[in-house]
Write a protein that binds this ligand. Structure first.
Ligand SMILES: [Zn+2]
Length: 437
């Protein structure tokens, strides 16, 4: 190979300078590019308690990432290495989880436990046990486990260390990429953007494995804060959303329009300009269906602005935080497909409204649950029709059948379901969920 002088190694790579905050096509100075690229992954720190081996590998990755400005190929290597650290993190977490003992369940035999001191031990033992058709005991479950990435992923989900339905689809994609890196079948080049995203995803995954959700995360977001919020609408279909504080702070005589509006008080994700968590479907609020994207809880109404104000001052309800991932929805197919419903609301329906086929689906968003059920009506789409993870989308099928059967499937996942009876309230105009009975 050609020996290059130090000065040349220190010079910025033209390709790396072409990635700017506004995308491709510009050109940054080497100084700006150095700072800009490092900022892309600067804030993804690992939680305390993450195993030393995983932490060392991750920190090394962040260090090397900075050198991408000098050598564009570094981004591809960083992306590839991140995928290998994905497996390392699972192994390290597995060793902590098992605390030196793994237990297998054989067909028609008592469970057998083995002492393990390294992941190599685990792998050897798992390989042997798999050939005897034994399963790894994980809490109250027994799973197929051969010690490879697939088994580790199944273990992490069964042990409840990873959560979320959309994040599971990303884990699938990472596993495919990881296998590609371990057994490359062709040439691929990563960009700084792709490499930075992989590093960020990896940080979220590692932190979640060690029990810490990521504030504002893409994969394993921390619970979102909900505030007391007032929704109102008038006869001509205008809808408004305001924080409860706006009612209690304002003078009743000031709002001359307010007479024409009806008001409900809910607990909802507040609207914050520029926030990625704004609920684009807030104006679809309906006590019967889960038509907002994030959980919105009915508290009071409908009534006048004055009545809402009086109720708020008397009751002084407070905000809370809510994990929106892994929710369970029921979807009724009766004549047509109706929007997803919360199991508690479905449990409170009168007999006459329980007709048709019902589907219990776990998803992060109601639209995900709905899209899955609609897709599953056509066999050729590949959506799962039986309980389990859907291979075609991010939903998990819990069960389907009569109203009772679907509710039982939901209760198996959630525990006993307490029926709620809410007054029928919905905002009048709808763009996303126009079909409601
Ligand atoms: Zn599906």
């Amino acid at each position: 190979m050609e020996i290059r002088p130090l000065e040349e190694l220190r010079a910025a790579d033209d390709l790396s300078l072409a990635f700017t905050p506004c995308g491709l096509g510009g050109r940054m100075t080497p100084e700006d590019a150095t700072e800009f690229q490092q900022r892309q992954i600067a804030d993804c720190d690992l939680a305390e308690g993450v195993a030393a081996g995983t932490r060392d590998s991750f920190e090394r990755l962040r260090t090397v990432f900075a050198y991408g400005v000098l050598c564009y190929d570094v981004y591809t290597m960083v992306g590839d290495q991140a995928l290998l650290i994905y497996e390392q993190a699972l192994r390290d977490r597995f060793m902590e989880w098992c605390s030196g003992t793994i237990t297998f369940r054989l067909p028609q035999a008592p469970d057998v436990s083995y002492t393990v001191t390294s992941y190599d031990d685990v792998k050897k033992r798992a390989d042997k046990m798999t050939r005897q058709r034994a399963k790894l005991v994980v809490d109250t479950h027994a799973i197929e486990f051969n010690g490879m990435l697939h088994g580790l992923r199944l273990w992490a989900r069964t042990a409840g260390l990873l959560r979320g339905r959309r994040s599971r689809a990303v884990e699938d994609a990472l596993a495919k990429l990881r296998n590609h890196v371990a057994h490359p079948s062709g040439h691929h080049v990563d960009t700084p953007v792709g490499a930075a995203r992989t590093v960020r995803d990896l940080a979220e995954l590692i932190n979640q494995l060690w029990g810490q959700a990521t504030p504002d995360g893409r994969l394993y977001p921390a619970p979102l804060h909900r505030e007391i919020t007032v929704l109102s609408w008038n006869g001509s279909g205008r809808a408004r959303m305001e924080p409860a504080g706006a009612l209690t702070a304002s003078d009743p005589m000031e709002d001359d329009e307010s007479d024409a509006y009806q008001y409900v008080v809910v607990r909802a994700i507040p609207f914050i300009p520029g926030s990625r968590w704004n609920d684009a479907h807030w104006a679809e609020f309906d006590t019967r269906y889960d038509t907002t994207r994030f959980p919105t809880d009915y508290l009071w109404g409908p009534g006048t602005r004055e009545e809402a104000r009086a109720w708020l001052e008397r009751e002084r309800p407070e905000g809370d935080s809510v994990d929106f991932t892994d929710r369970v929805f029921l979807v009724q197919d009766h004549g047509r497909l109706w929007p997803p419903m919360r199991p508690a609301v479905a449990a409170g329906l009168p007999e006459a409204e329980r007709a048709g086929v019902w589907h219990a689906v776990r998803a992060d968003f109601p639209d995900d649950a709905f899209a899955h059920v609609r897709g599953s009506r056509d066999r050729s789409t590949g959506h799962a029709r039986h309980p389990g993870d859907c291979p075609a989308c991010s939903a998990e099928v819990l069960g389907s059948g009569t109203h009772d059967e679907a509710l039982r499937a939901a209760a198996t996942a959630l525990g006993p379901i307490q029926a709620v009876h809410l007054p029928s309230v919905r905002l009048p105009s709808s763009i996303f969920w126009p079909d409601r009975p």
